[in-house]
Write a protein that binds this ligand. Structure first.
Ligand SMILES: Cc1ncc(COP(=O)(O)O)c(C=O)c1O
Length: 436
């Protein structure tokens, strides 16, 4: 690892797919960018923007739960309903840059940039599609968020699944896997997908020492780290996790932030932070898809961030953390009450999910996908989060984010009944022994 460099020394073109390298910027999009930052006396007839006078909306006022409110006046509403440069609404971009610099203090900040996307999933797909070409290998931890697989499987990517223990990805297995691949002359992975805080589905928060070790391995074997971190501010321990971005001296971390869990999922907003050349590639991809993330959402978020400031945002995150921690404790107590002797779980350290491992049942797929609904309970079968989703998996993912405490209680009771009846059926089918 090199410290105190002026700028990143990486050759980012070696990470890009042939398609990504061939992308060219659309002149009209470039003109929108130029027009947006041009002096006020410049008259632009270059863009195909509709006239805002024809739009039916006169005013949008928003009331917040804390009693405050804001209104988008004619000028701001005009901007909110209009096309903008692909990278994002410039005032929001500025606020996010300041936020990111304060929240993570990334080394060599000037060599990085951000781009606003329509949620992490959008960021995830644009990033992976810039880097993963046909048959390319991708490192993932197993289990992992299924939104990754749906992006890369049409490209026939090879998923290299690294097993986890209670602290997440095992760095020793990661290093060994890479060493063996290199020795056998196999194609080496250009990127690793990591969901480091409140991992979906297991609720793990990767400890700092392990993050450092994974980062060291990334430097050693020259791969990028895609840190999909929508639960960053939703960890339940006292210590704030240090992001991979804050450790990134070499410019190999691509960080995905999402406002879905902390402000609103319906706004569909997130942002990518990475070395400027990688952001430029992703921006070109956005130009060819939805031009930019929704402007109205971006303007609303901008006004909120302006109203609250950095400290206000952090206090909001703190309240959310407290809110979900109480729910985490509640579901854990209810799981203990109803599932004792039937299943095991470890207390999630962040995020939304309890990862339950059922005893005596090899695979929870049919039990959850077919018989759960008839018993009045739906939870996600564990296999949905594994690299080989066709293989049996005895886990279940239960979300504690939204349902009431009464519903949580009932759901756990129904799950217990479901497991018992499954065990009884297995008993009758297989004679005297339960399947294990
Ligand atoms: C790990 C992870 N990544 C990405 C997403 C997608 O979030 P967004 O709404 O920001 O697209 C989710 C949503 O559940 C998630 O859990």
């Amino acid at each position: 690892m090199h410290k105190n460099k002026e700028k990143f020394e990486m050759d980012y073109s070696s990470f890009k797919t042939e398609i990504s390298k061939r992308r060219r910027s659309a002149t009209t999009r470039e003109l929108t960018k130029i027009a947006y930052s041009a002096p006020k006396n410049v008259i632009s007839l270059a863009e195909g923007m509709p006239n805002e006078e024809t739009f039916p909306f006169a005013e949008i006022s928003i009331k917040l739960n804390d009693g405050s409110s804001f209104t988008l006046d004619e000028r701001e509403l005009g901007a909110a309903l209009q096309y903008i440069p692909t990278q994002g609404y410039p005032p929001l971009l500025q606020s996010l840059r300041e936020f990111q610099r304060r929240a993570h203090a990334p080394p060599l900040w000037e060599s990085r940039d951000i781009v606003i996307v329509s949620g992490s999933q959008d960021g995830l797909s644009k990033t992976l599609e810039a880097i993963i070409g046909p048959g390319d290998p991708l490192l993932v931890h197993d289990p992992f968020y299924p939104g990754v697989e749906v992006v890369v499987s049409p490209h026939k990517a090879e998923l290299i699944a690294i097993p986890q223990d209670e602290h997440g990805v095992d760095p020793e297995i990661l290093r060994e896997t890479l060493m063996k691949r290199q020795l056998s002359g196999k194609k080496m992975p250009k990127i690793m997908y990591i969901n480091a805080t409140g991992l979906n589905p297991t609720g793990i928060v990767i400890p700092l020492e392990r993050r450092k070790e994974i980062y060291r391995i990334a430097c050693e074997y020259n791969f990028l780290i895609l840190d999909d971190d929508p639960y960053h501010f939703m960890h339940f321990d006292e210590v704030e996790p240090r992001s991979f971005l804050s450790l990134d001296t070499e410019g190999r971390v691509i960080r995905l932030d999402s406002f879905s869990k902390v402000i609103s999922s319906g706004l569909r907003l997130g942002f990518i932070t990475a070395a400027a050349p990688l952001i430029a590639s992703i921006e070109l991809h956005l130009q060819s898809s939805h031009l930019h993330a929704p402007t109205l959402s971006q303007v609303i978020l901008y006004r909120l961030m302006k109203l609250w400031g950095y400290d206000g945002m952090m206090s909001h995150f703190m309240r959310i953390r407290h809110f979900y921690k109480q729910r985490r404790d509640a579901i854990a107590a209810l799981a203990e009450k109803h599932l004792s002797g039937l299943a095991d779980f470890t207390l999630p350290k962040g995020g939304f999910f309890l990862w339950i491992k059922v005893r005596g049942i090899k695979d929870t797929w049919k039990m959850m996908m077919q018989r759960g609904v008839t018993k009045g309970v739906i939870m996600a079968p564990g296999a949905a989060f594994m690299k080989d989703s066709g293989k049996p998996c005895n886990a279940i993912r239960a979300s504690f984010a939204k349902v009431s405490y009464e519903e949580m209680d009932l759901a756990m009771e129904r799950l217990a009944d479901l497991i018992r009846s499954e065990l009884r059926n297995n008993y009758f089918i297989n004679g005297n022994s339960y399947i294990d």
